[in-house]
Every structure is written in structure tokens, then in C-alpha cells.
Ligand binder design. Structure first.
Ligand SMILES: [Fe+2]
Length: 278
């Protein structure tokens, strides 16, 4: 029998209409608005976490490394490549990316992680926090990922394409692998390149750290907050699931991005039996 996944004894996702749950959700929303981030330790039960880690490790070898030198604006194609700005400008900055990802089509639907991702409790919870309907992404490769970082693994300073990112840390490394972020450093109106440049240059005035424990769910506004993962130390892998939810229904990413991140395997599938709609 499958263990219970969500730790509803701590987090009332199964009873969101109760007065206590409403107060709690309002607190989460306030924290997100203020900080760009909120974390829910022990979000999954201990037995579920144990099984999730076993299952993730059984397919970790399928993770594809993807690009290794990446701009903070990698996913913001409309900003251009920065050919017309000085070499020191953030648009031309390249940071080291050292991680591999298991694409959604390789994660079996019966895995507890897949069950959690598909759970309506998650949709209802995230909709309550954001006060908007939330949907599962429909991208066949990007909707649910497992990110694997070995010793030395890291992720460069960057912004995400989506406005909300939901992650679940499955396994923490012995040391390092710390999530750092500069909350709301940019907005729709202002890229704030000077402040971004300062962070890239090592200024930590605006930088906060989340030292996540395995089993923690994070909600994060990665589109406006510059963020990175510091180098993983020790032999234990940092394993994190990325759950693709969005307030935009039917969200599908770019095929080119999937080929880049999940490898030539994706190009082959798309050439023969495509998973993306025509
Ligand atoms: Fe990110």
C-alpha cells in the first residue's frame, strides 16, 4: 500500500475551507508577497519521502546535464543576447550550471512524486495561496522534473520563465547546495540591471538563503527574484523535484528548450512520435 504523501497532520490541504486553514493560507500569501519565497518543511510524510527518494534514485541515471554556461536571462528570449551592451553587462554574464534533469516523460506515473504532482489537493492549495486558478503545465517534458546535482553541482544566478515555481527537496547534500535569492530584484517595469550586476559581482546585501531540509516544499517567485544554488559538497546528491504549475492554463514550453535541457533523445522523439502538439 502506498503511504500517505502530504503531511496533512501539519498542513491542512485536505481541509482548506476551515478557519485555521484560511488563516494559514493568508499568512503564506503575505510571506510570498513580502519575501518572494515561502517554505513548508516536512510537507511530505517521512514514509512517503523515503519512497520518493528510492524512486528518484532509481531513475537518476536518466538525468541529462544540459547547458553548462548560462546567462541569468536564459529564458527571457525577448531581452536579446546582449550584443549591443558592454561585456560586463548582466545580459552578457555567463554562470556555471552543473546539474542534470530527468524529464517528465521519464518519470513513471505510479511514482509517489507523480501522484503528488497530479493531486487535486496541490491545485486547490496553490490556487488558494495565489487567489487564482492554478493548472498543471501541459509540457510533455517540462511539467515535472527531477534535478540531480552531484558533488560540485550548482546552478548559476538566473531568473525563471514562470512567475511561480514549486519545488520539493527530496535529498539534501552533506554540505553546500544552498538556495540563495535576491527577492523581487526586478519587476515587469524595471529590469534593475545595476542591482543584478551587483549580485553577480558578489555583493550579498540583497541576498537571502534558504537552507532547505529534505521533504520541504518551496513556493518561489523565481521570475522576479534572481537566484542560484551554491556548490554541492560531499558525495550525497542533492535531489530536487520541480513541479510545474501555473496560473496560465495549458502552458506548453518551447521544443528547442526541451531539446537543450533533456538532450537529443527529445529531438528523436519529436522527429518520430512527437509528444508536442503539431
Ligand atoms: Fe530557477
Amino acid at each position: 500500500m502506498s503511504p500517505q504523501i502530504i503531511n496533512t497532520a501539519v498542513y491542512p490541504l485536505d481541509n482548506l475551507s476551515s478557519a485555521d486553514a484560511r488563516t494559514w493560507v493568508a499568512q503564506l500569501r503575505a510571506r510570498l508577497d513580502q519575501d518572494g519565497s515561502c517554505i513548508l518543511p516536512k510537507f511530505v510524510t517521512a514514509p512517503a519521502l523515503t519512497k520518493m527518494v528510492q524512486q528518484a534514485l532509481s531513475i537518476a541515471h536518466l538525468a541529462y546535464p544540459g547547458p553548462t554556461e548560462v546567462s541569468p536571462y536564459f529564458f527571457n528570449y525577448q531581452l536579446g543576447s546582449g550584443d549591443d551592451v558592454p561585456a560586463t553587462h548582466p545580459l552578457r554574464h555567463k554562470g556555471k550550471r552543473n546539474l542534470a534533469q530527468v524529464a517528465a516523460d521519464l518519470i513513471p506515473p505510479e511514482f509517489l512524486l507523480s501522484q503528488l504532482y497530479r493531486s487535486d489537493l496541490m491545485l486547490d492549495f496553490l490556487s488558494a495561496v495565489t487567489e487564482k486558478p492554478v493548472y498543471r503545465n501541459q509540457d510533455p517534458y517540462q511539467s515535472l522534473n527531477i534535478s540531480v546535482m552531484n558533488q560540485g553541482g550548482c546552478q548559476q544566478w538566473h531568473f525563471d520563465s514562470g512567475t511561480m515555481v514549486t519545488t520539493l527537496l527530496l535529498q539534501e547534500p552533506q554540505a553546500g547546495g544552498i538556495f540563495e535569492y535576491a527577492p523581487a530584484i526586478r519587476s515587469e517595469e524595471d529590469e534593475n540591471f545595476d542591482a543584478v550586476q551587483a549580485v553577480l559581482d558578489g555583493n550579498s546585501d540583497r541576498v537571502r538563503q534558504n537552507r532547505l531540509k529534505a521533504g520541504t516544499l518551496s513556493l518561489f517567485r523565481g521570475h522576479y527574484s534572481l537566484h542560484r544554488v551554491t556548490g554541492v559538497e560531499g558525495s550525497r546528491q542533492r535531489i530536487q523535484a520541480i513541479l510545474g504549475y501555473s496560473t496560465r492554463p495549458g502552458l506548453i514550453g518551447k521544443k528547442e528548450s526541451s531539446i537543450l535541457h533533456y538532450g537529443p533523445r527529445v529531438a528523436e522523439i519529436e522527429a518520430n512520435t512527437p509528444l508536442y502538439p503539431e
